[in-house]
Design a binder for this molecule. Structure first.
Ligand code: SF4
Ligand SMILES: [Zn+2]
Length: 484
């Protein structure tokens, strides 16, 4: 079933729904979603075609298609997409500061890219985008929320009585998509934001506090000019700046097609600008790469493998200091929502942490990767923090709930506890997961993503993937996403 109500039910001839031909491999089916329309012969041809292309060629041919499909998908699911007309905020727990939350404040702007396969932020209509222009009053409001929250923990309240030593001021302000994007946050407003943060930070530092500013951007918006401007304005007002950026995966197929992330070719250099002392003026910078545990079309076993390899490579190449590991969700304006793929299991997350530990052991330092990973957006935690109720992980039973609980507030110190809890857990969820993770997929990732793209092409345009490649192959991907 597709959540959009479009697609296979629209034939009008009462033909029975057919399932995509993926016998036995339930993880594979899970990755694809369960029900697909289509003619088995055509699907076999598609699989042969997709299986016969080398990866670079496959990416080149399908990248325009996945982009156009995301335009259609987001347009059709507009009424379920996130949009906000006010400055919003929600609390996130801080694993190493029990009892303290920090408030993530989001400005009511829309992501100007709005095409990643797993995100439904700010999408409405084919190229129409929700959100609104922001002004100085929005920045003042954001700072007011931040101030109130920090005062609550550092001056009033029970937490302060119990932790009088905590002196960290957290200023976490993001845009709907990307703080450094000038079409989203006009330069003049961004300058005003820096000024207000610096003012507030200086005032707090005068009280002997440590001030950390946290924000998020798309990698294409990282430039020497915007970063220099920010660090110059914040100098003396903040001790630390953390910049989050969604890379999701480092392998080209995962990043460019399964996530439709459209990274600029020089993305590694752009990320490294953050660490350049001539740019950051000696302010401590934390680069926080966002990595997805499962991306559309991937089995859980592949998710474990590719996510952990991506984390290892990012850390080894100095492309981040910390990793925010997240799970996809099934919101309507996303590919996982449309193909109705299943949510990953908590054991998949646990297995990824195990794999990171193994990779660390191989590198001679067991905690090397594990200690940098922050787990976000899984299990019940997502329901508490997300602005809307969305599930990210398959719920467990009573027997495996302790594992879920531990993962919700994951801290690397809990690694042995995690292993112990898993070994003590004997439930059907775990048995099913163990059986499934061992299954060899029948098709390659490339073939599976081809099936999904084919499905979306048929759903939205009534054409096959190969026809869509013909139709859209010539479009120039980049100009429409230029920042200026
Ligand atoms: S760039 Fe970020 S906000 Fe924009 S669509 Fe992608 S994940 Fe969503
Ligand atoms: Zn269970």
């Amino acid at each position: 079933m597709v959540s959009t109500g479009e697609g296979e039910n629209r034939g009008g001839n009462g033909a029975e729904k057919r399932r995509v031909i993926l016998p036995s491999a339930s993880s594979e089916q899970k990755a694809l979603g369960l029900a697909y329309p289509g003619d088995p012969t055509a699907q076999r041809e598609l699989l042969t075609w997709a299986g016969g292309l080398d990866e670079e060629e496959f990416i080149r041919l399908t990248q325009p298609v996945v982009l156009m499909e995301m335009m259609s998908l987001r347009g059709r699911s507009a009424n379920q997409a996130i949009s906000s007309t006010e400055v919003t905020s929600f609390a996130i727990n801080i694993p190493n500061l029990p009892g303290r939350n920090h408030r993530l404040v989001t400005l009511p702007t829309a992501c100007k890219y709005a095409a990643c396969t797993i995100c439904d932020y700010c999408s409405k209509g084919k190229r129409e985008i929700t959100g609104r222009d922001i002004d100085r009053a929005d920045i003042d409001r954001a700072i007011e929320i931040v101030r109130k929250d920090n005062d609550f923990y550092l001056e009033d309240g029970e937490y302060h009585r119990q932790h009088p030593e905590d002196n960290v001021v957290l200023i976490d302000i993001t845009a709907g998509g990307s703080i450094f994007n000038s079409r989203e946050v006009p330069d003049e407003i961004r300058q005003y934001l820096w000024k207000k943060i610096a003012e507030y930070g200086k005032e707090q530092k005068a009280k002997g506090r440590y001030v950390a500013f946290v924000t998020e951007t798309r990698v294409d918006d990282l430039s020497e000019t915007t970063l220099k401007e920010m660090f110059a304005a914040l100098e003396g007002g903040v001790d630390e700046v953390e910049v989050g950026y969604g890379l999701e995966r480092i392998d080209p197929l995962g990043q460019k097609i399964m996530m439709n992330k459209m990274m600029p070719p020089d993305w590694e250099e752009r990320v490294k600008l953050l660490k350049n002392p001539e740019i950051n003026r000696g302010i401590d910078v934390v680069g926080a790469a966002h990595v997805m545990l499962t991306v559309p079309g991937e089995t859980d076993a592949e998710g474990v493998e590719y996510a952990s390899q991506s984390i290892r490579e990012l850390i080894d190449k100095g492309l981040c200091d910390t990793v925010v590991l997240m799970a996809t969700n099934k919101k309507a304006a996303t590919v996982p929502g449309v193909i109705e793929s299943e949510l990953p299991s908590i054991f998949t997350l646990a297995e990824t942490l195990k794999r990171l530990r193994e990779l660390g052991e191989r590198a001679g330092n067991p905690d090397k990767y594990l200690r940098e990973v922050l787990v976000r957006g899984f299990a019940g935690i997502a329901e508490e923090i997300a602005p809307e109720k969305v599930k990210y992980m398959k719920a467990g039973c009573n027997a495996c709930r302790p594992v879920e609980e531990l993962l919700k507030d994951w801290r690397p110190e809990d690694y042995s506890k995690l292993i112990e809890l898993i070994s003590q857990t004997n439930c059907q969820d775990k048995a099913d997961w163990e059986a499934e993770i061992l299954q060899e997929p029948q098709y390659s990732r490339q073939q599976r993503i081809a099936l999904i793209l084919d499905y979306l092409a048929k759903t939205y345009w009534k054409m096959s993937l190969k026809d869509a490649v013909e139709a859209f192959g010539d479009i120039n991907l980049h100009p429409q996403f230029k920042n200026e």
